[in-house]
Ligand binder design. Structure first.
Ligand code: HEC
Ligand SMILES: [Cu+2]
Length: 490
């Protein structure tokens, strides 16, 4: 009975004031804390375990519309941002806490905005209660009643995807009150936390295929929507631009430190991967009530969600952290770096022999291997080149090959020597489409190109052909070897 009294009183007060009743009054009695947000990949200071009773945690975000540069070619995006960053700042609270968010849309902006928290319940995640036109602000409170990392994003009626792919998403992390746990209930702690927000961008191009630059956000709208509808992003970036998390922006750690990597993508599926590392514990769906998975190589983040991966770095060095659609990583921009300092562990990895030209033994091994491969049923369908060779009268090729090889045997002694020690491994069998010694069809176009340009290719390398055939031979000897090879078909 005693316990009921304050609630009853609160309800009566609420009724008298005509305000929505229960939750509001419960939350009003709690301690309030104001948190200053920081730009990702950093995350504001917080405790991993909640210290006491639930709190009301106040956050303020200012919406900033601004033109930004998204790659090293100077391509621009008319961006819309929460607090000036892409992604917006990561907020951290504990399960049971109340989040009180004030959203400010300065009059200098052009668009209405709001915020939909995937961790909130009701009113489109709060979007309906936070609609703010330029010059307005709104404050909304929600109870963080389930733990996990969650996306928040802007969702203004009629232009939701445009705002989202223009920069308006971020994450909130609701930690279990007693911190993170492995499936056995053992504590999992982190020394650092980084927030990585991945964005698929759709920059319109002009008739000449050049990216267009727009004077204003509104100007960019119709072309951008058209580009969006192709579903083919022109850029896929972490934290606002190609290379934003490299160099000065690289994430840092020390050997032995455990890092929590929060990865969000508000619009599109992705698959983070730490090259040369792992996810020791991964909440792929980002929700801490579900058991984390162990020892993942790559994890899947569904568009419209955030995931969290915990990793203890064991080796120093620069680690690339990528979207393991490698085209998106290396061609479109979805790659960042971790720079890790500390002592190298030889037990985990050690270089036994530094890179060197292929030795005689290895060349013999390759030759042997090639022979075996040639007699075995080919695992891969031969390329058209081989088909063309077959189409020629077979006898003639075989005939001309043998005597030719003999005929030139003594004319280029240096070249022949180099050929037999180093080039033979690939060129005697034609491995990986290397023009085979004495094969007229293969050499005809090269003979036509002429010694100089063929030599140039041999020096530079091409495809599976290593520069200088992976030897340290000088130009003159290489020339002699190429001459020797070319004369084999004359
Ligand atoms: C590891 C295998 C390998 C070794 C060793 C190697 N080659 Fe090649 N070479 C190739 C392949 C494969 C090509 C075909 C490249 C292509 O067209 O993509 C090639 C192509 C060439 C060509 C034709 C270049 C052109 O214009 O297209 C020349 C000339 C040549 N090699 C010379 C040499 C010489 C000289 C050596 C030894 C010093 C050598 N190669 C060693 C694999 C090898
Ligand atoms: Cu918006």
């Amino acid at each position: 009975m005693k316990a009921l009294r304050p609630t009853l009183l609160a309800a009566m007060t609420a009724l008298m004031m005509g305000a929505p009743a229960w939750a509001a009054d419960l939350a009003d009695k709690l301690e309030r804390v104001k948190v200053d947000l920081v730009a990702p990949p950093l995350v504001h200071a917080h405790t991993q375990k909640a210290s006491a009773e639930p709190k009301v945690v106040e956050f303020t975000m200012v919406i900033e519309e601004k033109k930004i540069v998204i790659d090293d070619k100077g391509t621009t995006l008319q961006a819309m941002t929460f607090n000036g960053s892409m992604p917006g700042p990561t907020m951290v609270v504990h399960e049971g806490d109340y989040v009180e968010i004030t959203l400010i849309n300065p009059a200098t902006n052009a668009m209405p905005h709001n915020v939909d928290f995937h961790s909130a319940t009701g009113a489109l995640g709060g979007a309906k209660l936070t609609d703010v036109a330029p010059g307005e602000q709104a404050t909304m409170r929600f109870k963080a009643d389930r733990s996990g990392v969650f996306v928040y994003h802007c969702a203004p009626e009629g232009m939701v995807p445009w705002h989202v792919v223009s920069g308006m998403s971020g994450t909130i992390m609701v930690l279990p009150r007693d911190g993170l746990k492995d499936p056995e209930g053992n504590e999992l702690k982190y020394d650092r936390v980084y927030s990585i927000g991945e964005f698929d961008l759709y920059i319109p191009k002009d008739e000449n295929g050049q990216y267009k630059d727009y004077a204003s956000l509104a100007d960019s709208y119709s072309d951008t929507v058209e580009a969006m509808r192709t579903l083919i992003p022109t850029h896929v970036v972490f934290n606002g631009g190609v290379g934003a998390l490299t160099g000065e922006g690289a994430m840092k750690a020390n050997v032995g430190e455990t890092v929590l990597m929060i990865h969000s993508q508000a619009n599109r599926d992705t698959r983070p991967h730490l090259i040369g590392g792992h996810g020791d514990w991964v909440w792929e769906t980002g929700k801490f009530d579900n058991e984390p998975e162990k020892n993942l190589e790559t994890w899947f983040i569904r568009g419209g969600s955030a995931g969290a991966a915990l990793y203890t770095f064991k080796q120093p060095g620069v680690y690339a952290y990528v979207n393991h659609n490698l085209i998106e990583a290396f061609e479109l921009g979805a790659a960042g770096h971790f720079v890790v300092e500390g002592k190298w562990n030889d037990d985990l990895m050690k270089q036994i022999k530094a890179t060197s030209p292929i030795t005689k033994e290895a060349a013999a091994y390759v030759e042997d291997w090639s022979k075996k491969m040639a007699s075995a049923k080919p695992a891969l369908k031969p390329a058209p080149k081989a088909v063309a060779a077959k189409a020629e009268p077979v006898k003639q090729t075989a005939k001309s090959a043998k005597p030719a090889a003999k005929k030139v045997a003594s004319t280029h002694p240096d070249g022949e020597k180099l050929y037999k020690s180093s080039c033979v491994a690939c060129h005697s069998t034609g491995v990986a489409n290397a023009p085979k010694l004495g094969d007229k069809t293969a050499w005809a176009p090269l003979v036509e190109k002429g010694l100089d340009s063929v030599l140039e290719v041999a020096i530079k390398g091409k495809g599976a052909m290593p520069p200088r055939g992976a030897t340290s031979a000088d130009d003159a000897t290489l020339r002699a070897a190429v001459e020797y090879m070319m004369s084999s078909v004359q």
